[in-house]
Design a protein around this ligand. Structure first.
Ligand SMILES: [Zn+2]
Length: 224
């Protein structure tokens, strides 16, 4: 668990916005889980965010961003996205390391530097994890032919389109199993216990549902 003090207002707002864009309902317990902070710390933060007009908390406990909260959250998400791309595209930092670095740097970027990054990189591209500024709902992904590796068909070959990036431990694990954005995964076997046998450039592995749910893939057409 992180020290509660290191989680800023921006971190809360960004986590709420990302969850909303993924089509999830946000309550205080989910925030505690995502940000790895204690329940009392979340209550305190939400009280402050509400007082300052960033969020609304309804009687059912659901947390929603106000227009002001949405604006602030999007700015933070955009800064995170631009810094990840800067680290990866300009400095060649590996994709499984950029997220943590961007988490630290996103709070230190001045508006002038942010404008320079925007001019150089733009708002449209994808980050080294294959993600746009904001995540999509699973329904929207399916419309593009993209689904979680957990739902992939036995015997088929897939291209990895994106990875869930808010869990640094997951990214390091995926890196060790050869799963990376743009890489190829062949599904060898789907098991009763929801584990999936896969083959990647790094060899053969069995991965559990917690990881397989967080890797998005698109089927490779043709032989394979
Ligand atoms: Zn990313």
């Amino acid at each position: 668990m992180k020290a509660d003090i290191s989680v800023s207002k921006e971190d809360y707002l960004k986590a709420i916005l990302e969850a909303e864009s993924e089509g999830q309902t946000v309550i205080s317990a989910t925030l505690a889980h995502w940000l790895a902070v204690s329940a009392p710390a979340v209550s305190m933060a939400l009280r402050r965010l509400k007082r300052d007009g960033y969020v609304e908390v309804k009687a059912d406990g659901v947390v929603r961003l106000t227009a002001k909260g949405h604006e602030a959250a999007y700015r933070t998400a955009l800064r995170h996205h631009l810094i990840e791309r800067m680290l990866s595209e300009m400095f060649g930092m590996p994709w499984y390391e950029v997220h943590d670095e961007a988490e630290r740097l996103e709070h230190a970027v001045s508006p002038a530097f942010e404008a320079l990054l925007m001019k150089r990189l733009g708002e449209k591209g994808t980050c080294p994890h294959g993600n746009a500024v904001l995540p999509e709902t699973p329904e929207k992904r399916k419309k593009r032919g993209v689904r979680p590796l957990a739902e992939a068909a036995e015997g088929a070959r897939y291209t990895v389109t994106s990875l869930y990036e808010r869990d640094p431990g997951l990214l390091k694990f995926l890196h060790r199993t050869g799963i990376e954005p743009g890489g190829t995964v062949r599904v060898l076997q789907r098991n009763y216990d929801k584990t999936v046998g896969i083959e990647t450039v790094a060899g053969q592995f069995t991965i559990g549902p917690a990881a397989a749910e967080k890797v998005q893939v698109r089927r490779v057409q043709g032989r394979g």
